[in-house]
Design a binder for this molecule. Structure first.
Ligand code: ZN
Length: 98
């Protein structure tokens, strides 16, 4: 799934495209909310004193929104990476591989 936290780690890898190549820009995206903020409470090492509202907000920002359909565009070379069923297609054509 393409989540916002994952998206920040994706960079364009077209041949010769080495600077200003992330984060990829979203275009025509369909965002889908995801559930279960409780994982931050029970599955992480965050301090136990954090209140539920804070955890819900944090979870929402980091994890709940994922992109179901759309396109990610390299800010440098404008290469388009399609997203389908929540899966980004980072594959390149033969001539684009460095
Ligand atoms: Zn690029």
């Amino acid at each position: 799934m393409v989540r916002l936290i994952t998206h920040n780690l994706l960079a364009c890898h077209v041949k010769g495209c080495t600077s200003n190549n992330f984060p990829l820009e979203f275009k025509d995206v369909q965002l889908v909310p995801h559930e279960s903020w409780g994982i931050l409470r029970y599955r992480t090492k965050l301090p136990r004193c954090l209140d539920d509202d804070f955890l819900k907000t944090l979870h929402h920002v980091l994890l709940e929104i994922h992109v179901e359909e759309g396109i990610m565009i390299c800010p440098n070379c404008k290469h388009n990476y399609p997203i389908s069923n929540g899966i980004p297609n980072m594959l390149l054509a033969e001539h684009e591989i460095g």
